[in-house]
Design a protein around this ligand. Structure first.
Ligand code: ATP
Length: 373
């Protein structure tokens, strides 16, 4: 029976078209049982549509959705072993918190509904508020009640649609850590939709970065950050400095390349460069750049055009002789700061640089992180 399906969640060739518009192009995706998975991308990239198809709220145009070996594509939403927590918590206002959480179990005539609901409330550290009405709780507490209400049903898959979107930043950060702990404790598969890259990176084991209805890259957070496969991922997850250039030695097979950029030869590591590609962007994260020579091959000279002190770090804008600017972020470790107008050498280790095919838009994904739709 679909309601008891267990195992990995699989999307096979799943797509969604709305009249003439393709919201999700045919997609193959396996989400391992018990993992914390995030669908991350800017507004309109198709992440909510993907989630709604998994939930059974939208019917795929093509493809099949499976949990383990059970095909749930044609199973109705409430018969799937899948629960969703939305940004709007939709608790029943006239019921106590405990009754809200035990509601689904009571409907299924579960004898232990109250005890299970109480245990779920304790899991979200709200064991003491069972007798209160939702309106007597803060937004963050209500969101935790909504989570307890979903978790108590022990769905095989829990879908989270921007569940922290309504919370202020401090509470969001706290809830991110708690959600991750809860997921580890209950061992359910969590599929989390968000446009917030930091949120996805904090919580998920694996992230699928979506863009224009397609998965652009799927990997663990550190791999996505250190080895982006496209300019979109490089810009959408954090910030990247991209320098245009030509490959003069090495290839994907070697794992490293030498790139000539503005007359200087620079070394980079490669994981995602099409064979034979010579026009490239050499990318490096701002915090991987240091001011001052390091004795390695990667050194560029420039002039400090802006210095901003943020407490833990100092952000520099360095103008290159060809007019482009590089962003450098240095930890404030007590060493002297560079001054405005000072000529400096910017250096970085070859393993910190990545090379990408330059046929892409260098600015793809840039400035989209705060995009709330
Ligand atoms: P957001 O964060 O803004 O919710 P999203 O990545 O979740 O964005 P979707 O809601 O999946 O994006 O929408 C993907 C695209 O499909 C959007 O361009 C949207 O306008 C379109 N779309 C979604 N639902 C429908 C619908 N019922 N009819 C027509 N177009 C739709």
């Amino acid at each position: 029976m679909a309601g008891h399906a267990k195992g990995d969640l699989r999307l096979v060739g799943v797509s969604k078209e709305f009249e003439t518009f393709t919201a999700v192009h045919p997609m193959d995706l396996t989400i391992p049982d018990g993992s914390f998975f995030a669908l991350l991308g800017p507004s309109g990239c198709g992440k909510t549509t993907t989630l709604r198809m998994i939930a059974g709220l939208d019917q795929p145009t093509t493809g099949r959705i499976l949990i383990g070996e059970t095909d749930i594509t044609d199973t109705r939403a409430h018969e799937r072993n899948v629960n969703t927590v939305f940004q709007s918590y939709a608790l029943f206002p006239h019921m106590s918190v405990l009754d809200n959480v035990s509601f689904g179990l009571k409907r299924k005539k579960d004898k232990d509904a109250r005890a299970k609901a109480q245990a779920a409330l304790e899991l979200v550290e709200l064991g003491h508020v069972g007798g209160k009405r939702p309106a007597q709780l803060s937004g963050g507490m209500q969101q935790r009640v909504a989570l307890a209400r979903a978790v108590v049903n022990r769905p095989n898959v829990l879908l989270l649609d921007e569940p922290l979107g309504a919370l202020d930043l401090k509470l969001r950060r706290q809830m991110q850590i708690e959600l991750k702990q809860i997921q580890q404790e209950v061992g359910l598969t969590f599929v989390h939709v968000t446009h917030d890259q930091e949120e996805a990176m904090t919580m998920a084991d694996t992230i699928a970065v979506m863009n224009g209805g397609r998965i652009e890259q799927l990997a663990d957070p550190a791999t996505l950050y250190e080895h982006p496969a496209s300019t979109f991922v490089a810009n959408f997850l954090g910030q990247s400095n991209l320098l245009g250039g030509q490959v003069v030695a090495g290839s994907l097979r070697d794992g490293t390349v030498t790139v000539r950029s503005h007359g200087v030869e620079l070394a980079a590591c490669v994981r995602h460069l099409p064979e034979g590609c010579t026009e490239v962007y050499l990318g490096v994260r701002p915090e991987k750049l240091r001011l001052g020579p390091d004795g390695g091959p990667n050194q560029l000279k420039g002039v400090v055009r802006d210095v901003s002190f943020t407490g833990v770090a100092t952000h520099y804008v360095i103008e290159m002789p060809w007019g482009r600017e590089l962003t450098v972020v240095q930890q404030n470790d007590g060493s002297a700061r560079a001054r405005l107008g000072e000529p400096v050498t910017v250096s970085w280790r070859p393993e910190y640089a990545f090379a990408l095919d330059a046929s892409q838009d260098a600015d793809a994904g840039a400035g989209m992180q705060g995009d709330h739709g």
